[in-house]
Write a new protein. Structure first.
Ligand SMILES: C[S@@+](CC[C@H](N)C(=O)[O-])C[C@H]1O[C@@H](n2cnc3c(N)ncnc32)[C@H](O)[C@@H]1O
Length: 251
């Protein structure tokens, strides 16, 4: 199999998450796959207890990017690849009625699910926009915090994602991401398979490469907060769920 091109990856990702939104495939990740080890940057029972089952079922992340983001009332938050909306609803609760949360996702079925979940949660300060995280439908320097949960690993153009996150953040704005990364190599057959990309595996990059991309986009204070092994599948020994923080420097 040849290295997949951008279109093949995006098609596989959209097909997977369209099926996920309609309940046709189970999650490869999400709160049910949370580590049994004590860890920071994951969901706690108290985070989830007030959310409806539909929101939890749709969750497909590999951490909890709101956990260490220190969200404050009145802040504007953008969630890259918001899926069924779980992190948007947690962020919406933290920023309160004077704050605003924008979830961006490219899969129409996920947006439909997220919008119906917003009605269930009565999340008046959360909106969902269709778009690609490589070209965010958001104005420059209007956002306080960018979060994302197990999505950048799905993008064939991670530099574009980080440049866009930097563009929409105000100077001093923060980035908090949970994502899949590598601490060694992956079997080539996994890297070459668009369906393994869609499972948040094939597109995972070495941690150093990922952090260097953030710095190249202009971020400072790039730091790993938490890291844990994520899968016991043979071949995935080097896969990690990693929680990263960074800031857009003040001008
Ligand atoms: C693994 S799910 C994670 C969803 C959510 N963050 C969560 O934790 O439940 C990935 C989501 O990102 C979306 N996505 C993947 N690549 C994207 C891209 N390039 N632009 C916009 N959305 C994307 C998918 O449609 C899907 O809803």
């Amino acid at each position: 199999m040849a290295t997949p091109n951008t279109q093949d990856i995006k098609r596989a990702v959209q097909e997977r998450y369209a099926a996920r939104a309609t309940g046709a495939v189970a999650a490869c990740c999400g709160p049910n796959a949370a580590s049994a080890e004590p860890a920071r940057g994951v969901y706690l029972g108290a985070d989830l207890s007030a959310l409806p089952g539909e929101v939890l079922l749709a969750s497909a992340g590999c951490g909890n990017p709101t956990a260490l983001a220190d969200l404050k009332p009145g802040e504007t938050v953008v969630d890259l690849g918001s899926g069924g909306g779980i992190d948007c609803f947690l962020a919406g609760r933290a920023v309160g009625p004077s704050g605003h949360v924008i979830g961006v996702d490219m899969t129409p079925q996920m947006l439909e699910l997220a919008r119906s979940n917003a009605q269930r949660v009565k999340a008046a300060n959360v909106e969902f926009r269709q778009g690609e995280i490589e070209a965010l439908p958001i104005q420059d320097a209007t956002v306080d915090v960018v979060i994302s949960n197990c999505v950048v690993c799905l993008s064939p153009d991670k530099d574009a994602v980080f440049q866009e996150a930097f563009r929409v953040l105000r100077p001093g704005g923060r980035l908090h991401i949970s994502d899949m990364m590598l601490v060694g190599d992956l079997p080539q057959a996994i890297k070459d398979d668009p369906h393994r990309w869609a499972e948040c595996v094939g597109g995972a990059e070495p941690k150093g490469t990922y952090l260097a991309r953030l710095r190249k986009a202009g971020f400072q204070g790039v730091a790993v907060e938490e890291e844990r092994r994520y899968s016991s599948e043979p071949g995935l020994e080097n896969l990690r769920s990693v929680y990263v923080r960074a800031v857009r420097p003040r001008d």
